[in-house]
Design a protein around this ligand. Structure first.
Ligand code: SAH
Length: 396
């Protein structure tokens, strides 16, 4: 049976007892280092980037400006391997969701994550995942309920964009073009910092997807040291999942709040926007019936955010099987929005998209190979307080 170039490279590398390099795991700096390490000119990095991200080409044989010898070497030493699309679902409103199989378990049998494209009149937003599952166990999120399996590699993160762009026809100007990318899918991106940053850099780089800083958004549940590190590392937009104006309530929704309470989170956000390139933070607030949607809580939110250059996204809670929470009634949502706006905040209600295909916030589940690893992740990341609060988080 004839094998694919990727399989041949893997066989070669196994025989040599090394792993082939997945070129999607590297941003420009990483690729330059790779080419230098094999005795090639670093500018080869630019040629590869253009083939992969501008032309959508993955096959070394088609990269005609690389020369026959270099193409042959690359076929032996490297692969270009994105996740595989296992399933595509298109909603009546045009929202598209893909289940992406990861290469552990030989694609399909192993881990998988979800990626969602949300078309709007003037933009197309791609929502990508950064981990398989999530360790944070926010009580209103179905990804949290499924546990944590592992971090994605850079190639698996940027490969979601590559696959989505291909499925959408690699159109650079059409209506379905990807204009914005948000790390709001499965996982906590700041707990996978080292793989996420090169993916952000490929999204920003002109040789990659060339997106402006304000069009690449990282969303975090509030990992304070990660926010500080991100500020010093790369220019992207920051979104913070707040969901409550006080610590007592926030702890029941986002257990991470026990380790990084609101005061410290606000300090990190203020420092983030003090950088001249980063003008504002988006706060996400999922409205849950009778939990965090009271007018009193809206007024407390105004007090908390009044002085912060910020926007507020109000997200009606999306139910999922097994949850005890319900979405706030429409009148409550309107009242909440009216109060925060009267208080001077800029607040938008995010309408649910892709409802018929379970593509909304907090509904992404994918497939998790190993559901038992959350506690290990919690130990490794030093988030010991979370482990102790898993039960309370779920019992409220
Ligand atoms: N871990 C990151 C990114 C993933 S969550 C973070 O916490 O920000 C993306 C957004 O969806 C977050 O604001 C999250 O709070 C919200 N969300 C999660 N579950 C939801 C649900 N069931 N309904 C509405 N929004 C939800």
């Amino acid at each position: 049976m004839k094998s694919t170039p990727a399989e041949a490279a893997i066989r070669y590398a196994t025989a040599m007892n090394t792993r082939p390099v997945n070129l999607l795991d590297h941003d420009e700096a990483g690729l330059r280092a790779f080419f230098a390490s094999i005795g090639e000119q670093p500018f080869r990095a630019q040629q590869i980037l253009k083939w992969v991200y501008h032309q959508g080409v993955m096959d070394f044989a088609a990269m005609t400006n690389l020369g026959v010898d270099l193409r042959r070497r690359l076929q032996e030493l490297a692969v270009i391997e994105p996740p595989r699309v296992l399933r595509e679902q298109v909603s009546l409103d045009g929202t598209t969701k893909w289940l992406m199989g990861l290469c552990d378990g030989g694609f399909g049998g192993g881990n998988a994550v979800e990626t969602v494209f949300i078309p709007e009149p003037n933009r197309g937003t791609l929502c990508i995942s950064s981990q398989v599952g999530c360790a944070l166990n926010c009580s209103f999120c179905s990804t949290g309920a499924q546990g944590f399996s592992r971090n994605l590699t850079t190639g698996e993160i940027i490969g979601q964009v590559w696959q989505a762009a291909r499925a959408l026809g690699h159109e650079r100007n059409g209506a379905r073009r990807i204009t914005n990318v948000v790390l709001m899918g499965m996982g906590e991106p700041l707990l996978n910092f080292d793989a996420v940053v090169p993916a952000l850099s490929l999204l920003r780089d002109d040789l990659g997807y060339g997106l402006a800083a304000k069009r690449v958004t990282l969303s975090t549940a509030g990992l304070v040291p990660g926010i500080d590190r991100l500020r010093d590392t790369i220019d992207v937009a920051l979104a913070v999942s707040l969901h409550a104006p006080d610590d007592a309530l926030r702890e029941t929704l986002v257990p991470l709040n026990r380790k990084y309470p609101i005061r410290e989170l606000m300090r990190a956000c203020a420092d983030y926007v003090s950088d001249k390139h980063k003008r504002s933070v988006t706060f996400e607030y999922t409205l849950i019936d009778g939990v965090n949607d009271h007018p009193e809580q809206a007024r407390a939110l105004v007090k908390l955010l009044r002085r912060m250059p910020s926007k507020l996204n109000l997200i009606p809670f999306n139910p999922f099987p097994g949850t005890r929470y319900r979405c706030s009634p429409e009148a409550r949502i309107r009242e909440f929005q009216a109060i925060v706006m009267a208080g001077g905040l800029i607040a938008t209600v995010r309408r649910t998209r892709g409802e018929d295909i379970d593509a909304a916030c907090g509904q992404l589940v994918g497939q998790v190979l190993d559901r038992t690893r959350r506690s290990r992740m919690v130990r490794e990341t030093g988030l010991t307080t979370i482990a102790g609060t898993l039960a309370d988080g779920a019992s409220r």
